[in-house]
Design a binder for this molecule. Structure first.
Ligand SMILES: *[C@@H]1O[C@H](CO)[C@@H](O)[C@H](O)[C@H]1NC(C)=O
Ligand SMILES: *[C@@H]1O[C@H](CO)[C@@H](O)[C@H](O)[C@H]1NC(C)=O
Ligand SMILES: *[C@@H]1O[C@H](CO)[C@@H](O)[C@H](O)[C@H]1NC(C)=O
Length: 161
């Protein structure tokens, strides 16, 4: 029988491995699907990816961050993930000229052209793929002016629909 000390350090090691895998795996999953890791922020807590391609991503808190424009991730973001695309995204918005618009689809049409397509309903935006190389960090001050501002605009936007 192995000495208890050894057992302890083995289970500690496997715990550490599990933790580091779980924090990096959503980004590895994106890469394995031909998408850049930075499409989701660093602060992803957990995710579900089911066989039918349904992806559910869980954050601890809503996340305000920025690629080219500001973006806002809700605490739950869902989409259908297939190779080179996230289709039917829910829980992600991008700011366009002071209006927050839901991002519906994110598509890499041609991996060689270095572009990513954001379908925001009214328009399709082509963004440089290099903006998404590194997972962004959420802004710390969730209760700060930016978010309050966001929520107010969001309500206004909802009212328009
Ligand atoms: C997501 O995964 C968790 C843990 O595996 C599970 O409890 C939960 O039911 C899943 N959610 C859905 C909607 O499949
Ligand atoms: C996402 O996948 C589910 C299950 O495969 C499907 O029912 C749904 O229509 C898909 N949504 C979009 C927007 O493609
Ligand atoms: C967050 O807000 C506090 C107080 O308003 C400020 O002192 C701090 O520098 C801010 N931190 C960041 C990362 O913006």
């Amino acid at each position: 029988m192995a000495p208890p000390k050894l057992l302890l350090s083995v289970s500690l090691l496997s715990l550490i491995i599990q933790l580091s895998l779980s924090s990096s795996s959503i980004h590895s999953l994106l890469r394995s699907k031909g998408l850049p890791a930075g499409l989701l922020p660093e602060e992803v807590k957990a995710y579900n990816f089911s066989e039918n391609g349904r992806l559910e991503v869980f954050l601890d808190a809503p996340c305000l961050t920025k690629y080219e424009n500001r973006v806002y991730f809700e605490t739950v973001v869902t989409a259908n993930l297939t190779y080179g695309s996230l289709i039917g995204v829910e829980g992600l918005q991008q700011e366009e000229l002071f209006v927050w618009l839901p991002v519906k689809d994110i598509i890499v049409n041609d991996p060689s052209d270095g572009l990513i397509l954001f379908d925001i309903g009214l328009a399709q935006k082509q963004l440089s793929r290099s903006l998404f190389d590194v997972p962004p960090r959420c802004k710390n001050n969730q209760t700060g002016g930016a978010l309050r501002n966001h929520v107010r605009k969001e309500k206004g936007f909802e009212a328009l629909r």
